[in-house]
Design a protein around this ligand. Structure first.
Ligand code: NDP
Length: 282
C-alpha cells in the first residue's frame, strides 16, 4: 500500500489563513507585524529565499523591510544595522539570511539580535528555551515539522523517533521538540554506526542531512512516518530530498515530498514567529 503524501503547501495555507485573522485583529489595535530581512552579498540561492520570504509576508499582511547589503559590508556595519532594527518599533522580527560572507562571524551577529525579535530562534537565549521546553519563538524548520505531525493527528507519545542530522538549526532542536512530545528520540549523524539498523527502528523518521537519496526503503520500517527535510539540487536542475521518495512511498504510512513538504512550512513558521513577536511587543 502506498503512503499518504503529507502536503506541506496545504497545511501551510491553513496556518497562513489563521495568521491573517490574527494580523487583522492586531491591526485593529494599531500594530502591523513587521519583518526585517537582511541579506549580505550575492549568494543566488539566498536572493531567491529572501524574495520568497518577502512575497509570503506581503500575502499574509506582514510589512516587510528588506536590507540588501554589498559583499564587502563589515561585521561592525552589519551589527550596527541589527542594533538599529532592535530599537525600531515597527520591526517585530529580524532575520539575517545565512550564509554570511566568510569575513563575518555569524555567531557574533546572531548574538546581537534582540531575543524578542529573533524570529529564526537561532540566538542562544531562544535555543536554550527550546531545549527547556518554554520557548516563545521556536526554530522554524523543527516547528514546521511538528505542525505537520500534529495537524495530521500523528501522535508521538511513546513512539520511537529517529532524527538523522544534528545541526543546530534542524536536527538538534527537532529532537528536543519530539522529546517534549514524549517520543523516545535517537539522533544520528555522520559517525553513527549502522545507520540503516537505527533508522529501521523508527516509527517516525526525520531526515535532515543534505544528501540525495541517502535513505531508501531498506532504512524504513513498514508503516513508518517519514519526514524529509533535505533540499538538494540535482545536475538536471531538479530539487530532491534526502529520501528516495518512490521506493519509500511503498513502505511508509506517511511521507513528505520535496518540494512541497517541509519547505513551505519553514517560511510559514517564520511568519508565525513574526506574529508572535508582534503580539509580545504589546
Ligand atoms: P548541516 O550540513 O548543518 O547538517 C547535516 C547533518 O547531517 C550533520 O549533523 C551531519 O553529521 C549529518 N550527516 C552528514 N552525512 C551523513 C551521513 N552519511 N549519515 C548520517 N548523517 C550524516 O545541514 P542542515 O541541518 O542545515 O540541513 C540539512 C538539509 O536540510 C539540507 O539539505 C538543507 O538544505 C535542508 N534544509 C531544509 C530546510 C527546509 O525548510 N526544507 C531548512 C533547513 C535545511 P555531522 O554532524 O557528524 O557532520
Amino acid at each position: 500500500m502506498s503512503a499518504v503524501i503529507l502536503n506541506g503547501r496545504e497545511i501551510s495555507s491553513e496556518i497562513r489563513a489563521e495568521l491573517k485573522a490574527k494580523i487583522e485583529s492586531l491591526k485593529k489595535e494599531g500594530i502591523q507585524p513587521g519583518l526585517a530581512v537582511i541579506l549580505v552579498g550575492n549568494n543566488p540561492a539566498s536572493h531567491v529565499y529572501v524574495r520568497n520570504k518577502k512575497k509570503a509576508c506581503e500575502e499574509t499582511g506582514i510589512r516587510s523591510f528588506e536590507y540588501v547589503l554589498p559583499e564587502e559590508t563589515t561585521e561592525e556595519e552589519l551589527i550596527s544595522l541589527v542594533e538599529t532594527l532592535n530599537e525600531d518599533k515597527s520591526v517585530h522580527g529580524i532575520l539575517v539570511q545565512l550564509p554570511l560572507p566568510d569575513h563575518i562571524n555569524k555567531d557574533n551577529v546572531i548574538m546581537k539580535i534582540s531575543p524578542d525579535k529573533d524570529v529564526d530562534a537561532f540566538h542562544p537565549f531562544n535555543a536554550g528555551n527550546t531545549m527547556l521546553g518554554r520557548a516563545r519563538l521556536l526554530p522554524c524548520t523543527p516547528a514546521g515539522i511538528m505542525e505537520i505531525l500534529n495537524r495530521t493527528g500523528i501522535s508521538l507519545e511513546g513512539k520511537e523517533c529517529v532524527v538523522v542530522g544534528r545541526s543546530d538549526i534542524v536536527g538538534k532542536p527537532a529532537a528536543m521538540l519530539l522529546l517534549h512530545s514524549n517520543a523516545t528520540v535517537t539522533v544520528c549523524h555522520s559517525k553513527t554506526r549502522d545507520l540503516k539498523e537505527v533508522c529501521r527502528r523508527a516509527d517516525v523518521l526525520i531526515v535532515a542531512v543534505g544528501k540525495p537519496n541517502l535513505i531508501n526503503a531498506d532504512y524504513v520500517k513498514d508503516g513508518a512516518v517519514v519526514i524529509d527535510v533535505g533540499v538538494n539540487r540535482l545536475e538536471n536542475g531538479k530539487l530532491c530530498g534526502d529520501v528516495d521518495f518512490e521506493s519509500v512511498l511503498e513502505k511508509a504510512s506517511y511521507i513528505t515530498p520535496v518540494p512541497g513538504g517541509v519547505g513551505p512550512m519553514t517560511i510559514t513558521m517564520l511568519l508565525k514567529n513574526t506574529v508572535i513577536s508582534a503580539e509580545l511587543s504589546k
